[in-house]
Write a protein that binds this ligand. Sequence first.
Ligand SMILES: Nc1ncnc2c1ncn2[C@@H]1O[C@H](COP(=O)(O)OP(=O)(O)OP(=O)(O)O)[C@@H](O)[C@H]1O
Length: 278
Amino acid sequence: MVELKDIHFRYKKGRGLFSDLNLTLAPGYIYGLLGKNGAGKSTLLKQIAGLLYPDSGECLLDGYKTSERDPKMLEDIYVIPEEFELPSVTLDVYAKRNAVFYSKFNYDQFRKYLQEFELPEHMKLSTFSYGMKKKFLIAFGLATNAKVLILDEPTNGLDIPSKSQFRKIMASALDETKLIIISTHQVRDLENLIDFVVVLENGRIIFNQNIALISEKLAFEHNLAGVPANEILYHEDMPGRKAGITRNHSGIDTRVDLELLFNGVIKDTKVINANFTN
Ligand SMILES: Nc1ncnc2c1ncn2[C@@H]1O[C@H](COP(=O)(O)OP(=O)(O)OP(=O)(O)O)[C@@H](O)[C@H]1O
C-alpha cells in the first residue's frame, strides 16, 4: 500500500507544486496517472519512489517512508523512467548484474517476458532500438517482483503489436501483492488495462475513480445525436457529429473512452465528479 499524506512540495527554483496532496494506492490494482504537460505526474512518481522528498508530509510504502530509501524497501520499488541509458552488455549480463538488488527477482519470469516481447537474450543492449530497450526494462522490472512498479510513458516507442503485448503482459503480471502505476499521455494504450483513473492538474488530484464505477455511472457516446442536452455532461465537436459523456441510465456497464473522460475531467471537473458523490 502506498500512502501520500499531506504532501507539500516545491522545486527550489519553482512555485509550490503540491499542497496538501493525499493519495492512497492499494495493491492488486493498476493505476493510470493522467495529466497535461507540467501537471506534476513525474514529480509525483519521484515522490512515491523516494527520489524527491516532500517539504512536509510523508510518502509511505507499507508504513515505511520512501524518502528514507532503506535498501530493503528499495527492492520493492522499480521505476521505468521515460528516458534512460543502458550499458553496452547483453541482456543476460545486465540481468545478472542488477538482479542482485532484488531478492524476489525471478529468471524464469524474466525469460518468459523476453520471449513474449520477442527480445533475443544474447544480444547487446546497445544494439537495441529505443522500443526494444523499453520492452527489456519492462521485462526486467516485472521480473523483480517489486511491490510497486512505476512506469512513465511505457508505451512510447512501442510498435502496435508490442502495445498489445504490453497490455497482455502487464495484466498477467499483476497479483494481489503488487501495484502498478502507469503515467502516460497515450491514454488509448491504457484501455482495458487500468483499474483506476487518477487525474492530476496543477499539482492537485482532481479525479480518482475506479474504472468499474466510471462505466456504471457514465456513458461514452461517439454520436450524441438525439441525446437531450440536459443529459450531456461533456461534449466535443467532431467532423459531422458530437461525441461526449452522458449519465449512464442503461443499467449496463459501458466501455470507458479514456480520452473523452480525460478531456471531460479537465474541462468540466465538477460536473463529472458530481456523478460520484454517493
Ligand atoms: N527540476 C525542476 N526544477 C524546477 N521546476 C521543475 C523541475 N522539474 C519539473 N518542474 C516543474 O514542475 C512542474 C511539474 O513538472 P512534472 O515534470 O512533474 O510534470 P509532468 O506532469 O510529468 O509533465 P509532462 O507530462 O510534460 O512530462 C512543471 O511546472 C515543471 O516546470
